[in-house]
Design a protein around this ligand. Structure first.
Ligand code: DGL
Length: 259
């Protein structure tokens, strides 16, 4: 089955490019349109109603571009709004991203895992329901206050970032976690920094690869693949295109547009 429509991907800002990279690597022929709602980032502290409204605005934009599927490359938007998105846009499939609690809890030997995510994700009903399934595992939840903003400001390698990460991760190390779940699509960009803080035996997991595989399956089973290399990826942002360009290694054009 062939289908040359684009895959639409959105996030509150530049973080979801960590998911876009996985998708683009696995499915290089697919045309992708990435939307960074940088003007409204971070979503993590917003109310559920605000997150739903912003997610719908982003979806409208991508549907206007005739996308065949929408990837919500944001844990905060997924855990707060995916149900409403699927209800409102029932004609289009959505793939969401959620913290990878399952593989961490299932494989943990110390039965203690850590999760770093936004307040919006950790407070969501969807996240609470997931956590309840793993009662025998101790889950140490930590809100990554300030991390998304620093990433959006291009300060991944700043001293401020190192200090924040130390303060969030030290209690987890002391509690004997053996898995750290990155529950925000911005955080994979912090892995080199986090790796320096965590002892080697603690594994870090995120959901990027799983989302790319799920996307591939959906195309295979229902929607269809692009027939041949289908144009360059397109990136839109509504503020600060410089940081988005930089995180993409200055390899792609970024269109700055109000939406
Ligand atoms: N990248 C997002 C996530 O996965 C959103 C972070 C935010 O905007 O606070 O949760």
């Amino acid at each position: 089955m062939e289908n040359n429509q684009a895959i639409g991907i959105f996030d509150s800002g530049i973080g979801g490019t960590s998911i876009w990279k996985e998708i683009h690597q696995l499915l290089p022929n697919e045309k992708t349109i990435y939307l960074a709602d940088t003007k409204n980032a971070p979503y993590g502290q917003k109310t559920r109603e605000e997150i739903i409204a912003l997610s719908m605005k982003n979806t409208d934009f991508l549907l206007h571009m005739n996308c065949k599927l929408i990837v919500v490359a944001c844990n905060t938007a997924t855990t707060n709004a995916i149900k409403e998105l699927r209800e409102k846009y029932s004609h289009i499939p959505f793939i969401g991203i959620e913290p990878a609690i399952k593989p961490a809890a299932t494989n943990s030997k110390t039965q203690t895992i850590g999760i770093l995510a936004t307040q919006g994700t950790l407070n969501s009903e969807l996240f609470h329901r997931t956590v309840q399934k793993y009662e025998s595992t101790k889950i140490i939840e930590q809100v990554g206050h300030g991390l998304v903003q620093l990433i959006e400001d291009g300060k991944i390698n700043s001293q401020e970032m190192t200090q924040l990460l130390h303060s969030y991760l030290t209690p987890m190390i002391e509690a004997n976690i053996d898995y750290l779940v990155l529950g925000c699509s911005h955080y994979p960009y912090l892995i080199p920094q986090i790796r320096k803080i965590l002892p080697d035996h603690i594994q870090i997991i995120d959901s990027g690869e799983a989302v790319a595989k799920q996307t591939q399956n959906l195309l295979k089973e229902y929607l269809g693949f692009a027939t041949e290399k289908n144009g360059k990826p397109i990136f839109y942002t509504n503020a600060n295109s410089k940081v988005l360009k930089e995180i993409l290694g200055n390899k792609y054009d970024v269109i700055e547009k109000d939406f």
